[in-house]
Design a protein around this ligand. Sequence first.
Ligand SMILES: [Zn+2]
Length: 119
Amino acid sequence: MMLACARCFHRQEAGETCGACGAEAIFDLRSQAARDLFDGNEARARRARDGRIRMISAITAVAAMVGLFAIFGALNLVPRRGAIVLVLAPAVGVELLLEKLLGRGKASILEGLPPAELP
Ligand SMILES: [Zn+2]
């Protein structure tokens, strides 16, 4: 048996309810229709997750930028020109790096499955 929960994507061998979240949304992954459903659900979950990651990364980058500006300011190292580039460039780097690090999602539960046996 190849069953999976449509709500939290937990996979299990048997049972009517999900062993992880308790939802009664267990589907048989041998069926192509169930796989199509999971495909859509996973895509939605991935988009929501990507949005959260982008928000966290952006907030962290802004915090880093403010911190850098405060440190350089306290040390009287803020140049009259180009100050914004001095803090903006590392902040953009931080944002991109975080998005990359946090964005490493887990693989689809449909990955590595044999071909569907049921329509
Ligand atoms: Zn579940």
